[in-house]
Design a protein around this ligand. Structure first.
Ligand SMILES: NC(=O)c1ccc[n+]([C@@H]2O[C@H](COP(=O)([O-])OP(=O)(O)OC[C@H]3O[C@@H](n4cnc5c(N)ncnc54)[C@H](OP(=O)(O)O)[C@@H]3O)[C@@H](O)[C@H]2O)c1
Length: 269
């Protein structure tokens, strides 16, 4: 039997992109899903797609950067399903530019969603996960292993998410709650993927022809395998694994590589 049969899985930011694709994969393995996002129209359209494929789910619209909203959302999960087995802290936004040119609002929003959103949902999920001996998976990024130029807000927020997972892993050890952190590399974007521009406005991320992106399904399958095998660290590509190893063992070489490629990295914004 699938490890996910009848498991209740809350995936933040699952109305598109990686979150929606993970929901589809877990749903087809028998999990009962909770889809989330702020835009209700987008959320309902994702829900229809998954339901047509036979996935059992509910949608809970809400903003993860609000402490009160996170309580309300977790209460709704328990009211509907009576339990929670997995929380995937996936909702995340990127953007900005060089620190000097980036508006303070961008930092507030990116930290609000990526860091506080993961903290708040985890906070409210722990009492429920203790009962089911469930798990929390944090979606960080390769940019959360090393600080990338022109990605100061995003890199710093994803590094914080990584530290959060490391803290919780120990904190929840005696509760038998699994904690993991996944580091996707560049992954094929949802056509609707938006990012914050340096001035605080939002724009759709154009398809990047200069970067080789991982296929979405590969990223998804690595995430699901990590959950199944309950591994603390998960990488969606060999690139992620090498960056992690390199930044631990040969930080000087990684720094030289970043320096040599700085223009290319900064132009990716
Ligand atoms: N794609 C990549 O190349 C890549 C690489 C490394 C890591 N990651 C990480 O993987 C995760 C998913 O990335 P993605 O590319 O699939 O993102 P995406 O296409 O931009 O989708 C983001 C999802 O999060 C939701 N969301 C955004 N802000 C939210 C908020 N405040 N509250 C609730 N939901 C919110 C969005 O819906 P609404 O806008 O309607 O709220 C959407 O469903 C993120 O954490 C990202 O940092 C992605």
């Amino acid at each position: 039997m699938s490890n996910f049969k009848d498991k209740v899985v809350f995936i933040s930011g699952s109305s598109q992109g990686i979150g929606k694709a993970v929901a589809m994969e877990l749903g087809l393995l028998g999990a009962k899903l909770v889809l989330n996002g702020r835009n209700e129209k987008k959320l309902e359209s994702a829900a229809e797609e998954l339901k047509t494929a036979g996935v059992e789910l509910i949608t809970i619209p809400g903003d993860v950067s609000s402490y009160n909203e996170c309580k309300r959302m977790m209460d709704e999960v328990i009211e509907h399903y009576g339990k929670l087995d997995w929380l995937i802290n996936n909702a995340g936004m990127s953007g900005g530019g060089k620190l000097e040119h980036t508006h303070g609002d961008v930092y507030e929003r990116i930290f609000g969603i990526n860091v506080l959103g993961s903290i708040y949902l985890s906070h409210y999920s722990i009492p429920h996960l203790r009962k089911t001996k469930g798990g929390i998976l944090f979606i960080s990024s390769v940019a959360g292993m090393i600080g990338l130029p022109s990605y100061t807000a995003y890199s710093a927020s994803k590094r914080a998410v990584t530290a959060l997972a490391e803290s919780l892993r120990i904190e929840l050890h005696d509760d038998n709650i699994f904690v993991g952190v996944n580091f996707p590399g560049f992954t094929e974007n949802d056509p609707q993927k938006a990012i914050y521009k340096a001035d605080g406005s939002m724009g759709v991320l154009e398809k990047r022809s200069d970067v080789k992106a991982n296929p979405l399904l590969k990223t998804v399958s690595r995430i699901v395998t990590q959950m199944r095998k309950k591994r603390f660290y998960g990488y969606s590509s060999a690139q992620g694994w090498f960056v992690r190893l390199g930044s631990r063992l040969f930080p000087g070489i990684v720094h030289l590589g970043l320096k040599a490629n700085r223009k290319k990295i900064m132009d990716m914004q």
